[in-house]
Design a protein around this ligand. Structure first.
Ligand code: ACO
Length: 352
Protein backbone atom coordinates (compact mmCIF):
# COMPACT_ATOMS: atom_id res chain seq x y z
CA UNK A 1 0.00 0.00 0.00
CA UNK A 2 1.41 3.46 -0.83
CA UNK A 3 2.03 6.09 1.79
CA UNK A 4 0.89 9.72 1.61
CA UNK A 5 3.63 12.30 1.19
CA UNK A 6 3.46 16.07 1.19
CA UNK A 7 4.81 16.69 -2.32
CA UNK A 8 4.44 20.46 -2.17
CA UNK A 9 3.55 23.15 0.37
CA UNK A 10 2.81 26.87 0.19
CA UNK A 11 1.12 29.67 2.08
CA UNK A 12 -0.17 33.16 1.60
CA UNK A 13 -0.93 35.89 4.13
CA UNK A 14 -2.41 39.32 3.36
CA UNK A 15 0.00 42.27 3.24
CA UNK A 16 -2.00 44.37 5.72
CA UNK A 17 -0.33 44.18 9.15
CA UNK A 18 -2.37 45.11 12.24
CA UNK A 19 -0.27 45.51 15.37
CA UNK A 20 -1.67 45.34 18.88
CA UNK A 21 -1.35 49.13 18.99
CA UNK A 22 -3.64 49.35 15.93
CA UNK A 23 -6.36 47.42 17.80
CA UNK A 24 -6.32 49.95 20.64
CA UNK A 25 -8.09 52.38 18.26
CA UNK A 26 -11.15 50.12 18.31
CA UNK A 27 -11.25 48.60 21.82
CA UNK A 28 -10.05 48.99 25.36
CA UNK A 29 -6.93 46.79 25.37
CA UNK A 30 -3.16 47.07 25.67
CA UNK A 31 -0.14 45.67 23.84
CA UNK A 32 1.09 44.26 27.18
CA UNK A 33 -2.17 42.40 27.90
CA UNK A 34 -2.25 40.76 24.47
CA UNK A 35 1.43 39.75 24.50
CA UNK A 36 1.34 38.46 28.06
CA UNK A 37 -1.79 36.32 27.57
CA UNK A 38 -1.34 35.18 23.95
CA UNK A 39 2.17 36.01 22.69
CA UNK A 40 0.63 37.77 19.67
CA UNK A 41 2.34 40.98 18.47
CA UNK A 42 0.59 41.47 15.13
CA UNK A 43 -1.72 39.76 12.66
CA UNK A 44 -2.65 40.11 8.97
CA UNK A 45 -6.09 41.20 7.77
CA UNK A 46 -7.31 41.20 4.18
CA UNK A 47 -7.87 44.48 2.41
CA UNK A 48 -11.67 44.49 2.13
CA UNK A 49 -12.85 44.22 -1.44
CA UNK A 50 -9.64 42.54 -2.57
CA UNK A 51 -9.68 39.08 -1.03
CA UNK A 52 -11.96 36.38 0.33
CA UNK A 53 -11.18 33.09 2.03
CA UNK A 54 -11.17 31.40 -1.37
CA UNK A 55 -8.81 33.88 -3.04
CA UNK A 56 -6.34 33.55 -0.14
CA UNK A 57 -6.64 29.77 -0.49
CA UNK A 58 -6.02 29.98 -4.24
CA UNK A 59 -2.80 31.98 -3.71
CA UNK A 60 -1.53 29.44 -1.16
CA UNK A 61 -2.60 26.57 -3.44
CA UNK A 62 -0.71 27.98 -6.44
CA UNK A 63 2.42 28.20 -4.27
CA UNK A 64 1.93 24.58 -3.16
CA UNK A 65 1.42 23.41 -6.78
CA UNK A 66 4.60 25.23 -7.83
CA UNK A 67 6.54 23.60 -4.97
CA UNK A 68 5.20 20.17 -6.02
CA UNK A 69 5.94 20.86 -9.68
CA UNK A 70 2.36 20.31 -10.85
CA UNK A 71 -0.30 22.43 -12.57
CA UNK A 72 -3.64 23.01 -10.79
CA UNK A 73 -5.35 21.07 -13.61
CA UNK A 74 -3.56 17.92 -12.35
CA UNK A 75 -5.33 18.08 -8.97
CA UNK A 76 -7.92 15.32 -8.71
CA UNK A 77 -9.46 16.10 -5.31
CA UNK A 78 -9.81 19.25 -3.20
CA UNK A 79 -10.24 19.34 0.57
CA UNK A 80 -10.97 22.79 1.98
CA UNK A 81 -10.89 23.36 5.75
CA UNK A 82 -12.31 26.65 7.01
CA UNK A 83 -14.69 28.11 9.57
CA UNK A 84 -14.99 31.35 7.60
CA UNK A 85 -16.23 30.30 4.15
CA UNK A 86 -17.11 32.77 1.39
CA UNK A 87 -20.76 31.70 1.52
CA UNK A 88 -23.03 29.91 3.98
CA UNK A 89 -23.37 27.47 1.06
CA UNK A 90 -22.06 26.21 -1.31
CA UNK A 91 -18.81 25.30 0.41
CA UNK A 92 -15.49 26.85 -0.57
CA UNK A 93 -14.06 23.71 -2.24
CA UNK A 94 -15.93 24.32 -5.50
CA UNK A 95 -15.11 28.04 -5.37
CA UNK A 96 -11.43 27.16 -5.09
CA UNK A 97 -11.73 24.78 -8.04
CA UNK A 98 -13.17 27.66 -10.10
CA UNK A 99 -10.62 30.19 -8.82
CA UNK A 100 -7.77 27.85 -9.81
CA UNK A 101 -9.26 27.50 -13.30
CA UNK A 102 -9.79 23.74 -12.95
CA UNK A 103 -12.40 23.06 -15.61
CA UNK A 104 -12.44 19.27 -15.58
CA UNK A 105 -15.33 17.76 -13.64
CA UNK A 106 -13.69 14.41 -12.83
CA UNK A 107 -12.68 15.92 -9.52
CA UNK A 108 -14.22 15.98 -6.05
CA UNK A 109 -14.39 18.96 -3.68
CA UNK A 110 -14.95 18.40 0.03
CA UNK A 111 -15.44 21.00 2.75
CA UNK A 112 -14.27 20.37 6.30
CA UNK A 113 -15.73 22.24 9.26
CA UNK A 114 -13.47 21.28 12.11
CA UNK A 115 -12.14 24.74 12.89
CA UNK A 116 -8.64 24.60 14.46
CA UNK A 117 -8.29 20.87 13.76
CA UNK A 118 -9.51 21.18 10.16
CA UNK A 119 -6.07 20.62 8.68
CA UNK A 120 -5.38 17.50 10.78
CA UNK A 121 -8.82 16.07 9.95
CA UNK A 122 -8.32 16.92 6.26
CA UNK A 123 -4.90 15.29 6.21
CA UNK A 124 -6.31 12.13 7.72
CA UNK A 125 -9.15 12.00 5.13
CA UNK A 126 -6.70 12.63 2.27
CA UNK A 127 -4.39 9.93 3.64
CA UNK A 128 -7.17 7.32 3.32
CA UNK A 129 -7.94 8.36 -0.29
CA UNK A 130 -4.27 8.19 -1.27
CA UNK A 131 -3.62 4.88 0.49
CA UNK A 132 -6.68 3.31 -1.17
CA UNK A 133 -5.39 4.44 -4.58
CA UNK A 134 -8.47 6.56 -5.29
CA UNK A 135 -6.63 9.87 -5.88
CA UNK A 136 -3.07 10.83 -6.88
CA UNK A 137 -2.91 14.61 -6.37
CA UNK A 138 -4.97 15.92 -3.49
CA UNK A 139 -4.99 19.62 -2.69
CA UNK A 140 -5.60 20.18 1.02
CA UNK A 141 -5.99 23.78 2.07
CA UNK A 142 -6.74 25.56 5.32
CA UNK A 143 -7.79 29.20 4.88
CA UNK A 144 -9.50 31.81 7.03
CA UNK A 145 -10.75 35.37 6.84
CA UNK A 146 -11.57 36.18 10.45
CA UNK A 147 -11.35 39.95 10.10
CA UNK A 148 -14.84 40.31 8.62
CA UNK A 149 -16.51 38.32 11.41
CA UNK A 150 -14.93 39.50 14.65
CA UNK A 151 -16.36 41.96 17.16
CA UNK A 152 -13.71 44.67 17.38
CA UNK A 153 -15.53 46.54 20.14
CA UNK A 154 -14.43 46.15 23.77
CA UNK A 155 -17.23 43.58 24.22
CA UNK A 156 -15.50 41.16 21.84
CA UNK A 157 -11.88 41.89 22.80
CA UNK A 158 -11.10 38.53 24.45
CA UNK A 159 -11.69 36.89 21.04
CA UNK A 160 -10.87 39.52 18.43
CA UNK A 161 -7.29 40.15 19.58
CA UNK A 162 -6.44 36.49 18.95
CA UNK A 163 -7.39 35.83 15.32
CA UNK A 164 -5.83 36.66 11.95
CA UNK A 165 -6.36 35.95 8.23
CA UNK A 166 -4.24 33.63 6.07
CA UNK A 167 -4.03 30.40 4.09
CA UNK A 168 -1.78 27.35 3.81
CA UNK A 169 -1.94 24.47 1.34
CA UNK A 170 -0.33 21.13 0.59
CA UNK A 171 -0.30 18.78 -2.39
CA UNK A 172 -0.55 15.16 -1.24
CA UNK A 173 0.66 12.30 -3.42
CA UNK A 174 1.32 8.56 -3.04
CA UNK A 175 4.87 7.40 -2.39
CA UNK A 176 6.42 3.96 -2.16
CA UNK A 177 9.36 5.32 -0.11
CA UNK A 178 9.54 3.66 3.30
CA UNK A 179 11.16 6.67 4.94
CA UNK A 180 8.70 9.36 3.88
CA UNK A 181 5.09 10.34 4.39
CA UNK A 182 2.27 10.21 6.92
CA UNK A 183 2.88 7.58 9.60
CA UNK A 184 -0.26 7.96 11.67
CA UNK A 185 -3.09 10.35 12.51
CA UNK A 186 -5.33 10.22 15.54
CA UNK A 187 -8.58 12.18 15.73
CA UNK A 188 -10.77 12.99 18.73
CA UNK A 189 -13.99 14.83 19.51
CA UNK A 190 -16.15 15.69 22.49
CA UNK A 191 -19.32 17.65 21.85
CA UNK A 192 -19.98 18.37 25.54
CA UNK A 193 -18.61 21.90 25.27
CA UNK A 194 -19.71 22.73 21.71
CA UNK A 195 -21.19 26.10 22.64
CA UNK A 196 -18.14 27.23 24.64
CA UNK A 197 -16.29 28.21 21.45
CA UNK A 198 -18.73 28.96 18.66
CA UNK A 199 -20.67 31.25 16.36
CA UNK A 200 -24.34 30.55 17.12
CA UNK A 201 -26.04 32.29 14.19
CA UNK A 202 -26.97 31.99 11.46
CA UNK A 203 -27.99 28.39 12.00
CA UNK A 204 -31.09 26.28 12.45
CA UNK A 205 -30.73 26.45 16.22
CA UNK A 206 -31.85 30.08 16.01
CA UNK A 207 -35.23 28.70 14.89
CA UNK A 208 -35.73 27.37 18.43
CA UNK A 209 -36.58 30.92 19.47
CA UNK A 210 -39.15 31.44 16.73
CA UNK A 211 -42.89 30.81 17.11
CA UNK A 212 -44.19 27.89 15.06
CA UNK A 213 -46.37 30.07 12.84
CA UNK A 214 -45.81 31.65 9.46
CA UNK A 215 -42.19 30.55 9.57
CA UNK A 216 -41.64 33.20 12.27
CA UNK A 217 -42.37 35.94 9.77
CA UNK A 218 -44.87 37.74 12.03
CA UNK A 219 -42.96 37.92 15.27
CA UNK A 220 -39.32 37.87 14.45
CA UNK A 221 -39.04 39.64 11.15
CA UNK A 222 -36.18 37.75 9.52
CA UNK A 223 -33.73 40.04 7.84
CA UNK A 224 -31.78 37.30 6.17
CA UNK A 225 -31.94 33.62 5.39
CA UNK A 226 -30.95 30.90 7.78
CA UNK A 227 -32.67 32.38 10.78
CA UNK A 228 -30.86 35.67 10.93
CA UNK A 229 -33.26 37.98 12.74
CA UNK A 230 -33.09 41.42 14.32
CA UNK A 231 -32.96 39.80 17.78
CA UNK A 232 -29.94 37.74 16.77
CA UNK A 233 -28.23 40.85 15.45
CA UNK A 234 -29.01 42.66 18.72
CA UNK A 235 -27.59 39.76 20.77
CA UNK A 236 -24.45 39.69 18.63
CA UNK A 237 -24.66 35.92 18.21
CA UNK A 238 -23.14 36.13 14.74
CA UNK A 239 -19.77 36.91 16.36
CA UNK A 240 -17.52 34.19 17.78
CA UNK A 241 -17.92 33.54 21.47
CA UNK A 242 -15.27 31.79 23.55
CA UNK A 243 -14.94 30.67 27.17
CA UNK A 244 -11.20 31.29 27.07
CA UNK A 245 -10.28 29.72 30.42
CA UNK A 246 -12.21 26.52 29.66
CA UNK A 247 -10.61 26.21 26.22
CA UNK A 248 -7.17 26.78 27.73
CA UNK A 249 -7.76 24.18 30.46
CA UNK A 250 -8.76 21.48 27.96
CA UNK A 251 -6.14 22.38 25.35
CA UNK A 252 -3.19 21.94 27.70
CA UNK A 253 -4.41 18.45 28.64
CA UNK A 254 -5.56 17.17 25.23
CA UNK A 255 -2.57 18.40 23.19
CA UNK A 256 0.05 16.36 25.13
CA UNK A 257 -2.32 13.40 25.52
CA UNK A 258 -2.88 12.92 21.78
CA UNK A 259 0.77 13.60 20.87
CA UNK A 260 2.01 11.02 23.39
CA UNK A 261 -0.57 8.58 22.06
CA UNK A 262 0.53 8.80 18.38
CA UNK A 263 4.19 8.60 19.42
CA UNK A 264 3.66 5.54 21.57
CA UNK A 265 1.56 3.78 18.87
CA UNK A 266 4.58 4.20 16.54
CA UNK A 267 6.94 3.07 19.34
CA UNK A 268 8.54 6.51 19.36
CA UNK A 269 8.99 9.18 22.02
CA UNK A 270 9.15 12.97 22.01
CA UNK A 271 12.97 12.66 22.03
CA UNK A 272 12.70 11.25 18.47
CA UNK A 273 10.94 14.35 17.14
CA UNK A 274 12.86 16.69 14.83
CA UNK A 275 10.05 19.25 14.69
CA UNK A 276 6.77 19.88 16.49
CA UNK A 277 4.28 22.20 14.79
CA UNK A 278 1.34 22.94 17.06
CA UNK A 279 -1.81 24.69 15.88
CA UNK A 280 -1.08 28.32 16.67
CA UNK A 281 -3.88 28.79 19.21
CA UNK A 282 -2.01 30.76 21.80
CA UNK A 283 1.76 30.94 22.43
CA UNK A 284 1.20 30.11 26.11
CA UNK A 285 -0.54 26.84 25.15
CA UNK A 286 2.31 25.91 22.74
CA UNK A 287 4.94 26.68 25.39
CA UNK A 288 3.09 24.65 27.99
CA UNK A 289 2.91 21.63 25.65
CA UNK A 290 6.58 22.05 24.67
CA UNK A 291 7.54 21.90 28.34
CA UNK A 292 5.48 18.77 29.00
CA UNK A 293 7.07 17.06 25.97
CA UNK A 294 10.54 18.22 27.05
CA UNK A 295 11.34 19.71 23.64
CA UNK A 296 14.16 22.18 23.02
CA UNK A 297 13.23 25.53 21.43
CA UNK A 298 14.68 24.55 18.04
CA UNK A 299 12.31 21.55 17.89
CA UNK A 300 9.16 23.68 17.98
CA UNK A 301 8.02 26.17 15.35
CA UNK A 302 5.71 29.02 16.38
CA UNK A 303 4.70 32.03 14.31
CA UNK A 304 1.56 33.18 16.16
CA UNK A 305 3.57 36.27 17.14
CA UNK A 306 3.31 37.50 13.52
CA UNK A 307 -0.01 36.10 12.32
CA UNK A 308 -2.25 35.50 15.35
CA UNK A 309 -4.42 32.40 15.35
CA UNK A 310 -5.43 31.56 11.77
CA UNK A 311 -7.44 28.48 12.81
CA UNK A 312 -7.46 25.86 9.99
CA UNK A 313 -4.64 27.71 8.21
CA UNK A 314 -2.24 27.89 11.14
CA UNK A 315 -0.54 24.47 10.81
CA UNK A 316 0.04 24.61 7.02
CA UNK A 317 1.29 28.22 7.24
CA UNK A 318 3.71 27.31 10.06
CA UNK A 319 4.86 24.11 8.32
CA UNK A 320 5.35 25.98 5.04
CA UNK A 321 7.45 28.66 6.75
CA UNK A 322 9.49 26.06 8.65
CA UNK A 323 10.22 24.24 5.37
CA UNK A 324 11.16 27.50 3.61
CA UNK A 325 13.52 28.37 6.48
CA UNK A 326 15.19 24.95 6.24
CA UNK A 327 13.99 24.01 9.74
CA UNK A 328 12.26 20.90 8.36
CA UNK A 329 14.37 18.67 6.12
CA UNK A 330 13.85 15.46 4.14
CA UNK A 331 13.56 12.49 6.51
CA UNK A 332 12.75 14.60 9.60
CA UNK A 333 10.17 13.23 12.02
CA UNK A 334 7.49 15.92 12.28
CA UNK A 335 4.54 16.04 14.66
CA UNK A 336 1.49 18.21 13.91
CA UNK A 337 -1.19 18.67 16.56
CA UNK A 338 -4.29 20.77 17.10
CA UNK A 339 -7.07 21.44 19.56
CA UNK A 340 -10.09 23.63 18.99
CA UNK A 341 -13.81 24.25 18.79
CA UNK A 342 -16.11 21.29 19.10
CA UNK A 343 -14.07 20.35 21.04
CA UNK A 344 -12.03 18.42 18.50
CA UNK A 345 -8.36 17.56 18.67
CA UNK A 346 -5.87 15.38 16.87
CA UNK A 347 -2.31 14.77 15.83
CA UNK A 348 -0.37 13.53 12.80
CA UNK A 349 3.11 12.05 12.73
CA UNK A 350 4.96 12.18 9.44
CA UNK A 351 8.40 11.81 7.89
CA UNK A 352 9.16 14.82 5.71
N1 ACO B 1 -7.50 43.35 26.59
C1 ACO B 1 -7.55 43.72 27.87
N2 ACO B 1 -8.27 43.05 28.80
C2 ACO B 1 -8.96 41.98 28.37
C3 ACO B 1 -8.94 41.55 27.05
C4 ACO B 1 -8.19 42.28 26.14
N3 ACO B 1 -8.11 41.94 24.84
N4 ACO B 1 -9.73 40.45 26.94
C5 ACO B 1 -10.21 40.20 28.17
N5 ACO B 1 -9.75 41.14 29.04
C6 ACO B 1 -10.02 41.25 30.47
C7 ACO B 1 -11.36 40.69 30.85
O1 ACO B 1 -12.39 41.63 30.68
C8 ACO B 1 -11.15 40.34 32.30
O2 ACO B 1 -11.24 41.52 33.06
P1 ACO B 1 -11.89 41.48 34.55
O3 ACO B 1 -10.98 40.58 35.35
O4 ACO B 1 -11.87 42.91 34.96
O5 ACO B 1 -13.25 40.89 34.38
C9 ACO B 1 -9.68 39.90 32.34
O6 ACO B 1 -9.06 40.47 31.17
C10 ACO B 1 -9.53 38.41 32.29
O7 ACO B 1 -10.40 37.92 31.25
P2 ACO B 1 -10.42 36.45 30.82
O8 ACO B 1 -11.29 36.28 29.61
O9 ACO B 1 -10.75 35.63 32.02
O10 ACO B 1 -8.92 36.34 30.37
P3 ACO B 1 -7.96 35.13 30.45
O11 ACO B 1 -6.95 35.37 31.48
O12 ACO B 1 -8.67 33.83 30.45
O13 ACO B 1 -7.27 35.28 29.02
C11 ACO B 1 -7.43 34.32 26.86
C12 ACO B 1 -8.07 35.26 27.84
C13 ACO B 1 -6.11 34.89 26.39
C14 ACO B 1 -8.38 34.17 25.67
C15 ACO B 1 -7.21 32.97 27.58
O14 ACO B 1 -8.37 32.53 28.22
C16 ACO B 1 -6.76 31.92 26.64
O15 ACO B 1 -5.67 31.95 26.13
N6 ACO B 1 -7.60 30.92 26.41
C17 ACO B 1 -7.30 29.88 25.47
C18 ACO B 1 -8.14 30.10 24.35
C19 ACO B 1 -7.41 30.16 23.10
O16 ACO B 1 -6.20 30.08 23.01
N7 ACO B 1 -8.21 30.27 22.12
C20 ACO B 1 -7.74 30.27 20.85
C21 ACO B 1 -7.71 28.90 20.46
S1 ACO B 1 -9.23 28.36 20.12
C22 ACO B 1 -9.12 28.03 18.58
O17 ACO B 1 -8.05 28.05 18.03
C23 ACO B 1 -10.41 27.83 17.88
Amino acid sequence: MPRTKIAGIGHHVPENVYTNEDLIKYMDTTNEWIIERTGIEERRFIKKGEDTTTTLAAKASRNACKHAGIEPEEIDFIIFATLSPDYYFPGSGVLLQRELGITKTEIGALDIRNQCTGFIYGLSVADQFIKSGMYKNILLVGAEVHSVGLDFSTKGRNVSVIFGDGAGAVILQPTEQEDQGVLLSELHSDGTHAEQLCVLSPGSHSGMHMPDTDFGLDDEKPIGGYFLSEKILEDGHYHPHMSGKLVFKHAVVKFPEVIKSVLSKMKLSSADLDMFIPHQANLRISQFVQKILGLADDKVYNNIQKYGNTTAASIPIALSEAVQLGKVKRGDLVCLAAFGAGFTWGSTLLRW
